[in-house]
Design a protein around this ligand. Structure first.
Ligand code: FCB
Length: 392
């Protein structure tokens, strides 16, 4: 069923795009995650990122997918391990590779948004502890500054670090992601190294090119009390503060925009169980599909008084049935939030193409396109909405 999308209103210049990350689509990588994937049992379907969508070679085809679906923006990441394969050595060939991608995007009127840390570290840094090493921030700031120097005239929007709290939670506390640690103190330290890395990158990037707009992609979950008792409301407040607000407050002074990655909504109550999923449809990951949650987090983000981009929002759905209504429903909430005063500037669907979904390998299919680059019906639906909104 295709929803009537006529009433969706977006301001001129609104970015409609999709998002990917280097490790999940490029293949042929030699970084910390690539090393970890080879250990049996780490990836649930036994796959590795080695080949995958092969975007390192097929990036021109990816740009065609964006173009064919009328998207005017693309969020992707530059892989640190390619740019700086040895400490202090910056590979001109790799810099040139990303330069070509950026040029091709601009030639096609597609606005690039670039991420510099999307969960992976070069091996030389991993060998001294990766994010857990106190020097992480210093190394990251040097790399980020260099990227702003190389690309700052062409790329304005930088969602520099992706989901610091998700990375730390999955890798250092729950431990099902690289580096597989279960150590709360270590996790807290790693988290503050990422906060410091963001701040130092903000300075080094601005110094290299004052034109760049430095943002972050923060995970924001929607929380609602089951019934509005004082206890449920108080607990909901705590959850919002802990999961969403605390991290953003820490970097607020070093942000030109806020990127929100939104995937989940939870109900909260004081009685057991304290937190549970919103009812309704569920993705193959088991994540609730609750469009109102996106509206809620966008409206909450007005608190920071920054331009906002939805840097990720998507659903794992191999049948594509859910995604066909997911996209119009979530975009409708974006349009409602704008009508209600939110400074929302863009929406990036996760993901352009099926890819390596970290510990789940290739079993979770988030793509508008299959891994062999065939469009799903939802890609057509997204295209229609974009064309209606941009008057194409
Ligand atoms: C986000 C990650 C992204 C992808 C989606 C499904 O937390 O940023 O890389 O794995 O989830």
């Amino acid at each position: 069923m295709i929803k009537n999308t006529k009433k969706l209103k977006f301001p001129k210049g609104f970015l409609f795009g999709s998002a990917t990350s280097a490790h999940q689509i490029e293949g042929h990588l030699n970084n910390d995650w690539a090393r970890w994937e080879k250990i049996p049992g780490k990836i649930s379907d036994g796959t590795t990122s080695e080949l995958g969508a092969d975007s390192w070679n097929k990036w021109r085809e990816d740009i065609k997918l964006l173009k064919n679906t009328s998207q005017n923006a693309y969020r992707f990441s530059i892989e640190w391990s390619r740019i700086e394969p040895k400490e202090g050595f910056f590979d001109e060939g790799a810099i040139d590779h990303y330069d070509q991608i950026i040029d091709e995007l601009i030639k096609n009127d597609i606005t690039p948004m670039v991420t510099l840390f999307h969960f992976t570290c070069p091996l030389w840094l991993d060998d001294i502890g990766g994010v857990a090493n106190r020097k992480f921030a210093k190394y990251f700031a040097r790399f980020s500054g260099r990227m702003a120097k190389e690309f700052g005239d062409k790329v304005e929007l930088w969602s520099v670090i992706n989901e610091p709290s998700v990375y730390v939670n999955a890798g250092y506390i729950i431990g099902h992601w690289y580096p597989g640690k279960r150590n709360i103190i270590g996790g807290v330290k790693a988290f503050f190294h990422l906060v410091s890395a963001h701040k130092q990158a903000y300075s080094s990037m601005k110094k290299a090119n004052p034109r760049v707009k430095v943002g972050i992609a923060m995970n924001m979950t929607a929380f609602e009390p089951v019934k509005k008792t004082w206890c449920n409301r108080a607990l909901t407040r705590v959850a919002k503060w802990l999961v969403n607000e605390y991290s953003i407050n820490l970097v607020r002074k070093n942000l030109d925009f806020l990127g929100i990655n939104h995937y989940m909504s939870h109900k909260i109550q004081c009685k057991k169980p304290i937190m549970f999923d919103e009812g309704g449809a569920k993705s193959e990951y088991g994540w609730s599909v609750h469009p109102e949650g996106l509206y809620q987090v966008i409206m909450e983000a007005r608190h920071w008084n920054l331009p906002v981009y939805i840097t990720e929002n998507g659903t794992a759905d191999s049948s594509d049935r859910l995604r066909q209504t997911f996209i119009p429903d979530f975009l409708e909430k974006c349009s409602d939030a704008i009508a209600d005063g939110a400074d929302l500037r863009g929406y990036f669907y996760w993901s352009l193409i099926d890819n390596f979904e970290w510990a789940s390998g290739y079993s979770m299919k988030f793509g508008l396109h299959t891994i062999d680059r065939k469009p799903r019906k939802s890609a057509e639906i997204y295209k229609k909405i974009i064309e209606q909104a941009t008057g194409e």
